[in-house]
Write a protein that binds this ligand. Structure first.
Ligand SMILES: C[S@@+](CC[C@H](N)C(=O)[O-])C[C@H]1O[C@@H](n2cnc3c(N)ncnc32)[C@H](O)[C@@H]1O
Length: 177
């Protein structure tokens, strides 16, 4: 798991310099995001928060492209925020995607109907608990990677279901009962 997260991080950091890297990354995210969106039934009217956008925020880009939804992306690393904004500007998506500097442990979740948690987000347990405690009643969470401590991270009123058919690492959709 750590190795995979490390490989993704390496690709993300260097991808902008090498168009082939960028193309591979883009294909990787395109397939994943389309399956995640289908599993969570995401629509144009949803307001989406992506936690951990990184320098190449492909997840946010494909969420918007596939659904038309407005997306806010956060990252707690200033360099990633700067690079991520550059990436979004180059794609002319500034009106659809907002990328800000913030931490997933403390972010205000008001108004978001879907919260997406990237694979490398840490501390995972604290971030996932914060979302479950503060998200809107109808909100869903997509979490890439295994849930910490098996399912012990789930708050009492929440359930998790695994998205079938995704390779490399599991991805879960969390929703309230
Ligand atoms: C390498 S990116 C992967 C995301 C990928 N680009 C995507 O489109 O899904 C993961 C990012 O998560 C950020 N991150 C890790 N923990 C975080 C937290 N608690 N809050 C916000 N961002 C976080 C890291 O700084 C890193 O830039």
């Amino acid at each position: 798991m750590r190795l995979r997260a490390g490989i993704t991080r390496f690709f993300e950091k260097n991808a902008r310099e090498f168009p082939y890297f960028l193309e591979i990354l883009s294909l990787y995210y395109k397939k994943r995001v389309s399956m995640e969106l289908e599993a969570a039934c995401v629509r144009c009217g949803d307001r989406v928060l992506c936690i951990g956008g990184g320098p190449c925020p492909f997840t946010a880009v494909y969420i918007h492209k596939f659904t038309g939804a407005q997306v806010t992306v956060i990252d707690n690393n200033l360099d990633a925020v700067q690079a991520g904004n550059h990436f979004i500007n180059k794609l002319n998506l500034r009106s659809a995607i907002t990328f800000i500097h913030a931490d997933g442990e403390k972010i205000d979740l008001d108004g978001f109907s879907l919260v997406h948690v990237a694979l490398q987000v840490t501390p995972r347990e604290k971030v996932i608990r914060h979302i479950q405690k503060c998200a809107a009643p109808h909100a869903q969470i997509i979490v890439r990677g295994v849930l910490p401590a098996q399912k012990a991270v789930l708050e009492p009123e929440w359930k998790a279901s695994r998205i079938e058919g995704l390779t490399w690492y599991p991805t879960m959709v969390l929703s309230r009962y």
